[in-house]
Design a protein around this ligand. Structure first.
Ligand code: ADP
Ligand code: MG
Ligand code: MG
Length: 205
């Protein structure tokens, strides 16, 4: 099974719709342990991403991801803008020149993205951030490969986001709360799950 350029474009359009729909929810999550702008930040960015990828004249997945990343860096702001942005730019670089990719190649993209996020965020798995979804998912997709069940992948993704509830934040604004961040979901882990849920829904169609 291969993942095509068109499917990846559909993914991002779907993800953008979902993030805009969940704008208030993401903002509420960020109100609890941050500054309450995560939904606003991401919605603004993804709206622009949709605009920019629809006028893109290429079928190169690397270029698609580069455009997504650049737009997110320019438009999202906050901590999540550079983090999501660098993930698509650095991760997407390994997909340069490809018109379609395997599940395994997508997992390689995620592994590269994770490295880039760790580099820019000085963060690790377990710090209650986006990494707590991106990292296990990279391993999960690598392990499942072409035998993946997309519905199960969606459940897996949300289970990972749920795990951030019991974690103590040590990076980003939530770290100011220390112990008091425990008991709350990480907004970035939740937005990441919406992002990947949209992918798995698209691929499962
Ligand atoms: P800000 O905190 O600047 O207002 P957002 O609210 O848009 O930015 O994004 C917050 C999210 O960014 C957090 O929920 C977390 O997932 C992610 N994040 C923050 N700092 C880091 C970091 N150092 N490494 C990885 N992810 C981070
Ligand atoms: Mg915020
Ligand atoms: Mg902010």
């Amino acid at each position: 099974m291969s993942i095509t350029f068109n499917q990846l474009t559909k993914w991002i359009v779907r993800a953008a719709e979902q993030i805009m729909k969940q704008k208030n929810y993401l903002t509420e999550l960020d109100q609890a342990i941050g500054d309450g702008d995560h939904g606003i930040n991401l919605s603004r960015g993804f709206q622009e991403v949709v605009h920019n990828i629809q006028t893109l004249e290429t079928d190169d997945i690397g270029q698609l991801f580069h455009t997504i990343g650049n737009t997110l860096i320019q438009k999202v702001g906050g901590a999540s803008g550079p983090i999501y942005g660098i993930a698509f730019i650095k991760g997407g670089a390994i997909l340069k020149g490809k018109k379609e990719i395997t599940v395994s190649e997508f997992s390689q993209f995620l592994h590269k993205s994770v490295e880039a996020i760790k580099g820019i965020g000085k963060s690790e798995v377990g710090n209650k951030t986006v990494l707590d979804v991106w990292t296990p998912l990279a391993d999960y997709l690598q392990e499942k490969g072409e035998n993946i069940d997309w519905q199960e992948a969606i459940s897996y993704c949300w289970e990972q986001a749920e795990k951030t509830k019991s974690m103590k934040a040590v990076k980003g604004r939530a770290a100011y709360l220390g112990e008091r961040s425990i008991g709350h979901l990480d907004p970035g882990a939740v937005s990441s799950s919406f992002l990947f849920e949209a992918l798995f829904e698209t691929l499962g169609e």
